[in-house]
Design a protein around this ligand. Structure first.
Ligand code: HEC
Length: 147
């Protein structure tokens, strides 16, 4: 039983080693991450528009956004620019601009989480608006428009 489990673990790690970090794997991964970011962003928006008020949830979404947006540039390794992706070639041809856009989002989501922790409604609203600006700012330049 024990050896069986070890053999399976070894097999799993071999399989993942063989496929880990192939650039194209990042396409699905970053789309999953972006979908998660979009989910928390949308949920936070519903709370801030007063549609629902589940206690503690705004902090949960703000903290999740802060964590999910903490390293966006890592989702776009070079070579992950073909196949089913809306990532534009400008990401890699203008990498420093893209890193800045990712950094802006990291800063804005961290500030949003802090504002929520602080509890001031005006600050929270302003910080959330700023988060939205950084999403739009990056998408406008580096993501293909929806057809
Ligand atoms: C630094 C750039 C950047 C920032 C900042 C950014 N995104 Fe994105 N986002 C992208 C790119 C590029 C894609 C397209 C990825 C692909 O198709 O491979 C994308 C895709 C998406 C998608 C579609 C995912 C899918 O399934 O195809 C959603 C939803 C999304 N982003 C939401 C957000 C939200 C909400 C924010 C802000 C909190 C945000 N993004 C911030 C670059 C960014």
């Amino acid at each position: 039983m024990k050896t069986g489990a070890i053999a399976i673990a070894a097999l799993l790690s071999l399989t993942s080693l063989a496929h880990a970090d192939e650039p194209e794997n990042f396409i699905k991964y970053r789309q999953s991450m972006m979908t998660a970011i979009g989910g928390h962003n949308g949920a936070a928006s519903q709370i801030l528009r007063g549609k629902v008020a589940p206690p503690g949830h705004l902090a949960m979404h703000a903290n999740a956004l802060r964590d999910l947006a903490s390293d966006l540039a890592a989702l776009f390794p070079e070579g992950s620019d073909f196949g089913e992706t809306k990532a534009k070639a400008e990401i890699w041809s203008d990498w420093s601009g893209f890193e800045k856009a990712a950094g802006d989002s990291k800063t804005a989501t961290a500030a949003f989480a802090e504002a929520v922790a602080g509890g001031d409604a005006g600050n929270i609203e302003a910080a959330f608006k700023q988060v939205g600006e950084t999403c739009k700012g990056c998408h406008k330049t580096y993501r293909e428009k929806d057809d």
